[in-house]
Design a binder for this molecule. Structure first.
Ligand code: MG
Length: 351
């Protein structure tokens, strides 16, 4: 039984510094983490929540069941490489996969704005079913609410997923240990740049489309091959940098990475320079990092490379115990720099 205690919002951050919610509170950076730690985790205090993982893992009888939820508010609804519907399926599937769970079923909640064209809704819904087929899962329950014209933005979607864990590994940030190798599944930055290009009406000389994709197939191959996986994290809001910092802090370890090994397409790098973004912080929807036992790194890379979604995978660095909670990067020119989370908002409404 949980304690029947009144919620007291006295928290480690000064909420008085932010009397109102900012867009940056949803950005995946420092402010979002402060909101989660300082408000939600204090109100909803429990062991699973405090593991700070993509999905919670519940022991039910003799089964390990993963549960996760995510809401999608991306603007625009349709973008190169995907739309809000496919992303709402893949995002939740991917959060289940990051705990090593294979999806069993999804629920979907729609918040629709009065006046939304029915044709748009049908296009999104059909895209969701195509995505669910691709991920091998059914949408088994749902909910629909409609808000007044002007009080929504077309379509907001929430998806919840449950998954089954069939192995004995604890794939979570606290399982990361000294010596682990860190593998990235492919190039970074395409989702954020694809969204920005549509939103800002930008045209690049090459076609940049979102990397949005379901990761459960690749993760399943890694698990089946008996590779010792300690943690995985998909590189959504806040990008690679925020994922690394979150894991370094939760696991109380130091992470050192090499910029030369982080794949970024030249056109994406160019677009980032024009827009003033660092690809390390740009959101992805089909990329992840895996922390594996150092002895297993070559075996793991072979499995990544055998899959279309991991064909450009690289080992980007290692875990050590030197400076707990920190992330350091050797830059292209050989200098070392500290990697931290962004405090403000780089790209709002990206997912
Ligand atoms: Mg995630």
């Amino acid at each position: 039984m949980s304690e029947n205690k009144e919620f007291n919002p006295s928290c480690p951050i000064s909420i008085s510094d932010y009397p109102n919610v900012l867009l940056a509170h949803g950005s995946g950076g420092t402010l979002m983490n402060q909101l989660i730690d300082g408000v939600f985790k204090i109100a909803f205090k429990n062991k699973e929540l405090h593991k700070s993982h993509d999905a919670a893992v519940l022991n039910i009888d003799s089964s390990k069941i993963a549960i996760t939820t995510d809401s999608y508010v991306v603007d625009p609804l349709f973008f190169p490489g995907g739309d809000i519907g496919s992303m709402a399926i893949y995002g939740t599937i991917n959060d289940l996969a990051m705990s090593g769970a294979m999806p069993i079923a999804l629920s979907v909640g729609f918040i629709l704005e009065e006046g939304l064209e029915m044709e748009k809704l049908i296009k999104v819904v059909n895209s969701m079913q195509v995505a669910a087929n691709k991920a091998g899962v059914d949408i088994v329950t749902g909910d629909t609410k409609v808000v007044d014209r002007g009080k929504g933005d077309g379509i907001f979607i929430n998806t919840t997923g449950i998954g089954l864990i069939k192995h004995n590994m604890s794939i979570e940030p606290s399982s990361v240990v000294d010596g682990d190798a860190i593998i990235i599944s492919g190039d970074i930055g395409r989702h954020g740049i694809a969204i920005m290009a549509v939103r800002e009406g930008l045209e690049f000389s090459t076609f940049i489309e979102s990397d949005s994709a379901p990761l459960n197939g690749l993760v399943s191959k890694l698990i089946d091959s008996k590779i010792e996986i300690h943690c995985m994290r998909d590189l959504t809001r806040g990008g690679l940098a925020s994922a690394l910092v979150e894991i370094a802090k939760t696991s109380n370890s130091q992470i050192t990475i090499d910029e030369n090994n982080i794949p970024v397409r030249e056109d994406v790098r160019g677009a980032c320079e024009i827009l003033g973004f660092d690809p390390m912080y740009v959101a992805n929807e089909g990329r992840f990092i895996a922390f594996v036992k150092r002895d297993d790194v070559n075996k793991a890379l072979n499995i990544f490379h055998s899959d279309e979604l991991g064909k450009d995978a690289k080992c980007i660095g290692y875990v050590s115990a030197d400076k707990p909670g920190s992330v350091t990067m050797r830059s292209c020119i050989g200098t070392m720099r500290v990697v931290d989370m962004l405090s403000g908002e780089q790209l709002p409404r990206i997912c």
